[in-house]
Design a binder for this molecule. Structure first.
Ligand code: GTR
Length: 354
């Protein structure tokens, strides 16, 4: 599986997407909505397609496996788009990083080679500075607080600001709280000292690990399991669903519920693909994305509980943090360092708290 994933990623990068599409048994690059293919110009595969088949065929890249809540959200989105367009628009969801790791996928999305993706705002922080705000520690009290902000005017503005990075944000998805997990026992901040901790690549994450006395080691999500196994890293951090579904819990059996970040997910489309769509298609895609949030949230709540139960049953040592204050104090300098850069957003987050 690992080999296959890497192989497909390399294939996609080296020889471009057209061959990959053929290998995957279909797909066509977007044409203007409603337009028909010029007779004679179509590929044999396209010509063989039934006349009443989809006119627009897109790909959606997803890091997580097929049963993960974000993937179920993606699939709901694809289904709603297909229904609302009477089968004219088909979006194929490629789970389990089949189209590449998040950073590589975002680059392809910027070029228009992949049309849709669902990624973490943590990964977007490496491409759009405004998104680093979500990696700041303890800025949200809980999921409700976060959703109040995400659905506010400023939250929507942030989603729209992706256009400057050649993407168009469609909707936010839930992602819970992130916690540290390590091969060695971690019972307090002091235990993080000197640990090599894998993070999603962005500047805030590096500052955050430094503030906690640890060493940040950015690497793709798909490499973390092996890196833990071989001792390249000592620890990593994520939410319950990722900790469980990635099997990281098998390698790093000590989890501390410090809730240092709440980093939402984003469903987005390439600006290249977006600009080719008709106004009607833009509207139905946006509507379907927002409608799919309900499914994703419900699946998230279920999977989060289920993951917690499963890692407990697997014998993971879990340390609860009853007082977050020492953690919040330790990372305050990170927030102060970035306060001016994200002034407007941080104020809106503060407002959403009340
Ligand atoms: C998960 C997130 C993924 C990916 C991963 C990571 O929580 O859903 O999209 O960003 O974290 O740590 O790389």
């Amino acid at each position: 599986m690992k080999m296959k994933r890497k192989y497909i990623t390399a294939l996609s990068t080296v020889i471009g997407t057209s061959l990959l599409l053929a290998a995957c048994g279909g797909g066509s690059t977007p044409t203007n909505s409603g337009s028909t293919t010029t007779p004679g110009a179509a590929s044999p595969a396209a010509a063989a397609k039934k006349a009443d088949g989809p006119k627009l065929n897109f790909r959606l890249a997803e890091t997580h496996p097929a049963d993960y809540p974000t993937t179920l959200g993606d699939k709901k989105f694809a289904e709603l788009v297909n229904q609302a367009s009477d089968g004219r628009i088909k979006i194929d969801v490629f789970p389990a990083s089949q189209l590449g790791e998040e950073k590589a996928v975002i680059e392809q999305v910027q070029l228009g080679a992949i049309e849709f993706t669902r990624v973490s705002t943590g990964a977007l922080g490496g491409f759009n500075k405004q998104y680093e705000v979500f990696s700041l520690p303890y800025i949200f009290d809980n999921d409700n607080h976060q959703w109040k902000f995400l659905e506010s005017e400023q939250g929507t503005k942030l989603l729209d600001s992706l256009e400057s990075s050649r993407m168009k944000g469609l909707a936010y998805y839930s992602s819970g709280a992130r916690h540290f997990y390590s091969k060695k026992p971690i019972k307090s901040i002091a235990d993080l000292k000197g640990l090599k901790i894998r993070v999603i690549q962005n500047k805030v994450n590096i500052d955050l690990m430094n503030a906690l006395g640890a060493n940040a080691t950015p690497m793709p999500y798909g490499d973390v399991f092996n890196a833990l196994q071989t001792g390249v890293i000592d620890a990593a951090e994520n939410n319950y669903p990722s900790y469980f579904s990635s099997n990281h819990f098998q390698q790093a059996k000590n989890l501390i519920l410090d809730q240092h970040q709440r980093v939402p997910e984003v469903l987005l489309i390439s600006k290249v693909a977006w600009d080719k769509l008709s106004a009607d298609d833009k509207a139905l895609i946006k509507k379907a994305a927002l409608e799919s949030v309900k499914t994703q949230k419900a699946e998230w709540d279920k999977f989060e509980k289920d993951s917690e139960a499963k890692v407990k049953a697997a014998g993971v040592t879990i340390t609860d943090v009853s007082d977050l204050k020492p953690w919040q104090d330790a990372v305050k300098p990170v927030i102060e360092k970035y306060r001016n850069d994200y002034k407007e957003t941080l104020e809106a987050i503060e407002k959403a708290r009340k």
